[in-house]
Every structure is written in C-alpha cells, then in structure tokens.
Design a protein around this ligand. Structure first.
Ligand SMILES: *Cc1c(COP(=O)(O)O)cnc(C)c1O
Length: 355
C-alpha cells in the first residue's frame, strides 16, 4: 500500500512516562484513508494529528454509524516493538462493519496502516514496564445527509496514545455491580460489535454503579436479565470449584475479546476445563456464599486482566478471595503480559514485530 506522508513542523514534547494514565496523550501523527463507491478504500496518508472537519449533517453525528478497535504496541526489553494478534482486531472490525452496513477495511490494509504509523511514531512507544502505545483504529460515515441510510462516504483513522497501567493502583481488585434493570445487548442486536452506540447506551449503567461505590457494571443477558454476560469493556471469567466459566460468544451478544480468546488458549494449555456457558447471576452469588467462587477476573486489552474483589446483585454482596488478587489471576496476568512485552517466549505465535 502506498502511504502519502504530510510532515508537521514542530513535534510535541513527550509526556512523563511515569504519569501517562490512559488515553490522555496523543502522538504527532495519525493515519487516514477514505472510502467511496467509485474508488473504495483510497488515499492512505499519515498526517499531523489534529482536529478533523465535519459537515453538521455528517451521518455519524446523527445516526452513530461508527466502529472502532483497540490494541497495543509493546516495547520489548531489546528495544524492538511488537503488536499482539492484530489480525484478530482486523477481522473483528470487519464483522462490526458488516453488521453496521459499513465497508470493510481489508485485513492487510488494517495491519499495514497500523505498522506504518507505529513505526513512524516509534519514539512514542514508552519504555517503562507495563507501559505501551494504545492503538485506536476507527471507521465512520462522513457523508453529509440526513435520513437513516447506508452512507456513500466513509473514513478510516488510526490514532495512537501512550498509556500506563490501566488502573493507577496496579493489579488491585475492582468492585462490580450486576445491573438488573438496564441492558447492553440482545440477540440480533449489535452486542458483538465494537460500535460507538453500544457504549453510549452503557454509560447510564456505569453512572449508576459509581453512585453506589462500584467501579464497573456486569451486564446480564438482554432478553431475560438472568445470565451474566460481560463488563463494560471487558469479558469476565469465573473460577468455580476449579473450573473456568465465561459467557459464550456465539449468540452475538458478547464482544469476542482477543484477551478472552488468548486466556482460554492458555487456560486449556494448563489443563483447565473452560466452560463457555450461561451462568445465572443468582447461582453465581450462591457459589460465592458457599465458598465455591474462587476467583473472578475481567479480560480486555486496556487492563489486560482485572481481578474482581466484590460483586453486588440486587441487595446481595459477596467478597471474592478476601479482596485479594487470586493466584490464577496473577499467573495469567504474568503469562500474557510476559508474551506481550517479549519477556516470555511466544509459543503460540501471537506477536507481530513492527520494527
Ligand atoms: C473491547 C471489549 C472487550 C475486550 O476485548 P479485547 O479484544 O480483549 O480488548 C470486551 N467487552 C467489550 C464490551 C469490549 O468493548
């Protein structure tokens, strides 16, 4: 792919790698590409990071025709930079775009765009342990026209943000509230896609949870509000009586996480039985009271793994593993981050070197 380059005059000052937080700083350049019916995907370019212009009638602003992805570039100890399973993100975005009637970005264009931009911005991949360069590809409708319809013009962008550990406190268990009223996804809906609208609809649940002193929401299935599905931007796994349980992804209501898939691979490799099965919230609470719920953790690119120390459902509250990070949770974190940052051999062939 030919990529046009537009240079900027003065580069930004790099932030303090110790105080990165998440998604606060953006690099000097971004990747852009356009789509229309005649030319399909064309005019790939790396341009100075900055505001983009919209017509006020732009389709995405009214009907939320937008999908996005999230992955990271990691700096290894030898200084080299690598990605983690980027083609999985590419394919997932294709599934999202298909559901939203948006043109698919070919897998090679998606991966090559990211590689080219990350290489250009390699000095922005932070060097401290547990820091990385977060990559946010997204596609949206740019056509200016009111009325719900399949748009005629789209843009694909990639922006980059150096990030520290997702939770400032490190691997500290979070408190999660099971939402029994609002829902995130239903069969036939868009739950399996990373589309902006899903997240707009989830904020009310998040606000509710925070008001009660909880960090995040665990959503139940939209049809019956009985079975646990996933957290706001993480899948969730439970260790019950030595076996692992997580919600199935084949019904289209749960986001198929790259981290989820990787954890399942590793867990099976270690001899764990992994049940991709429905689990009732009330049973989960009962297992908690009976002492069978050994560990609970969320999985996602941003936080990698997030131990859960407390769960609330209606008026019932359970504490998991005395609010401490579980042994398996820690081992999974060490293993996956070991592969991602190149401290452990990549026996699954998941990493892709950039430069
Ligand atoms: C992004 C996301 C995940 C995690 O996916 P990863 O590929 O592991 O980062 C899980 N659930 C939701 C709702 C998400 O948006």
């Amino acid at each position: 792919m030919d990529i046009r380059f537009v240079e900027r005059k003065d580069l930004k000052e790099k932030p303090d790698w110790n105080k990165l937080g998440f998604g606060k700083y953006f690099t000097d350049y971004m990747f852009e590409m356009d789509w229309d019916r005649e030319h399909e995907w064309h005019d790939a370019r790396i341009v100075p990071y900055g505001p983009i212009q919209f017509d006020p009638a732009c389709v995405v602003l009214h009907y939320a025709q937008e999908t996005f992805e999230g992955l990271k570039a990691y700096r290894r100890e030898d200084g080299k930079i690598q990605l983690f399973r980027p083609e999985m993100n590419a394919k997932r975005m294709q599934n999202s775009n298909e559901r939203l009637c948006m043109p698919k970005v070919p897998v090679d264009i998606f991966v090559d765009a990211i590689k080219a931009l990350v290489e250009k911005e390699k000095d922005w991949v932070p060097t401290l342990p547990n820091t990385s360069l977060y990559i946010r590809p997204f596609v949206f409708a740019t056509e200016a026209a009111l009325g719900v319809h399949m748009a005629t013009n789209y843009r694909f962008l990639v922006i980059l943000s150096p990030v520290g550990m997702y939770y400032a406190e490190g691997l500290n268990p979070v408190k999660i509230m099971i939402e029994d009223e609002l829902v995130r996804a239903v069969q036939g809906g868009t739950g399996f896609t990373k589309c902006g609208g899903n997240y707009a609809g989830s904020i009310a649940g998040q606000v509710k949870a925070e008001k009660e002193g909880y960090d995040q929401v665990l959503w139940l299935d939209g049809a019956t509000r009985t079975y646990v599905e996933e957290v706001g931007s993480m899948n969730i796994m439970f260790k019950i009586d030595g076996e692992i349980y997580t919600a199935p992804i084949n019904e289209g209501t749960v986001l198929p996480g790259v981290t989820r898939d990787s954890m399942i691979h590793i867990l099976k490799d270690w001899g764990y039985k992994v049940n991709e099965a429905h689990l009732k919230a009330e049973d989960l609470m009962r297992y908690g009271h009976e002492g069978k719920l050994e560990e609970v953790f969320g999985t996602g690119t941003a936080a990698v793994i997030s131990p859960v120390g407390k769960l609330k459902f209606k008026d019932d509250v359970i504490t998991i593993n005395d609010m401490k990070t579980g042994e398996l949770t820690q081992k999974l974190y060490d293993t996956l981050t070991g592969i991602q940052w190149g401290r452990l051999p990549d026996k699954y062939g998941w990493t892709v070197e950039v430069c």
